[in-house]
Design a protein around this ligand. Sequence first.
Ligand code: MF3
Ligand code: CO
Length: 257
Amino acid sequence: MIALRSSHEIELLAESGRLAEDCMQMLMGLVEEGISTWEIDREAEHYIRSHGAVPSCKGYGDPSNPFPATLCTSLNDEIVHGIPSKKRILKAGDILKIDLVLSYHGYVADMARTLPVGDISEEKRLLAERTRECFQKALEVMVPGKRLGDIGYAVQSHAESFGYGVVRELTGHGVGTDLHEDPEVPNYGIAGRGLRLREGMVIAVEPMINMGDRRVTFSPDGWTVKTRDGAPSAHYENTVAITADGPRILTRSGDRL
Ligand code: MF3
Ligand code: CO
C-alpha cells in the first residue's frame, strides 16, 4: 500500500529531515583520519536521542540478527549497511558512506552521504560527485505524472555514461511512519514505465553506484553489502516529497550538503 501524505504530515517529515541533516552536518565534522566508525556512531546516537528522536536502524531487521547500531558506516568497497566498529579506523584516501535514519514524533527521515577522508584519489572524488549527480537527475523527473521508471532511467543512464555499475539488489523506498514503505524505487529502469508518481508520495531515492562491476556480495555478518570486484562504491540519499509544486527534499536545506 502506498501512503499519500497530507501537507501536515509532510511538515512533520520535514522536521525529522531537518534533524537528520543537522546530525549529518555534525558527523561530517568528525570524519577524519584516526577516528573509528564506532566513535562516529556513538556521537550520532547521542545527538539523535538528546534531541528526542529515535535511531531507526538500531534493532531493525530479523530479530535473530538485528542491525546493532545507529548508523550504517560503509568504507570503500562496502556499498551499504556496514556495521560501525572500534576496529574500523578511518585513514586518508578512504571514502566513507554514512547512512542515517531517525524517527522524530513518529516520522522517519533517511539520508546518506559519501564523505572523503583526507585527500582522496581523483577517481573516487568523481565517483562520489557523479553519484550525487545521479540523485539530481532523478529529482528532475520527480513530479506528479512521471513514473518510477523515469527515476530509474535517470539514475542508470547518468551512471552508466561513465562506465559505472548500478547496484540492483537494493533499492530506494517509500518513507513515512516506517523506514521501508512501498513502493520500491529501483536505480535502473525504462523511461515512461512503472508506477505513476502522485502528489503526497514520499520516497527515499538512493543511488548506489560502483566504480566497476555492478554485482555485489553479501557479507557473513548478515548486513554489509560489498562490491564483488573489490572496487569502490558511492551512495547518496535523500527523502523527497512529491508535491504539486515539484519535488521537495526533506533532508537537505540549501546547498549545505
Ligand atoms: N538507508 C538504508 C536503507 O534504506 C537504511 C538501512 S537501516 C538498516 O536500507 F538497519 F537496515 F541497516
Ligand atoms: Co534508504
